[in-house]
Design a protein around this ligand. Structure first.
Ligand code: SF4
Ligand code: SF4
Length: 135
């Protein structure tokens, strides 16, 4: 079983196409929608977690590319600038997934990409610009 977190960017003419439905029915993927921003006549964005066999996942990614949807790994769009972080820990209490966490007793802050769902809650909390979401 393979699993990926992806950002799908839909051009305006594909907004109303049942692409997520096809990922489920044609490629037998489990699709968990983490975030969605869909506005008619504008680019749409879905942040999803997909899982299934590697063969089906690869075929599904080829399908979305062929229809014109830009799919990128989520990890590419969420950046933690460790050099800017002063380990104030303000973000760790607001992060819903534990992607930003503090270890005790040394109070070191760390970021784990694989847990991040790009909810952006941490961005306004960090006064030091240590978390950057680029999409
Ligand atoms: S974007 Fe959301 S899930 Fe990711 S580190 Fe920030 S608060 Fe946590
Ligand atoms: S809020 Fe910013 S500076 Fe404070 S621990 Fe989180 S990432 Fe580091």
């Amino acid at each position: 079983m393979a699993k990926k977190r992806l950002v799908l960017n839909f051009p305006p003419h594909l907004i109303d196409q049942p692409i997520t439905y096809q990922l489920i029915t044609k490629y037998q993927l489990k699709v968990n929608i983490l975030r969605a921003r869909i506005t008619p006549k504008e680019w749409g964005r879905l942040v999803i977690e997909v899982s299934g066999t590697k063969k089906n996942l690869d075929a599904a990614l080829q399908f979305v590319a062929e229809v014109g949807v830009d799919a990128k790994p989520l990890a590419q769009d969420v950046l933690w600038h460790e050099d800017r972080c002063i380990e104030c820990t303000a973000c760790t209490s607001i992060c819903p997934t534990g992607a930003l966490s503090v270890s005790r007793p040394d109070m070191r802050v760390s970021f784990r990409h694989e847990k991040c769902i790009a909810c952006e809650l941490c961005v306004p909390v960090c006064a030091y610009g240590a978390v950057e979401i680029t999409f």
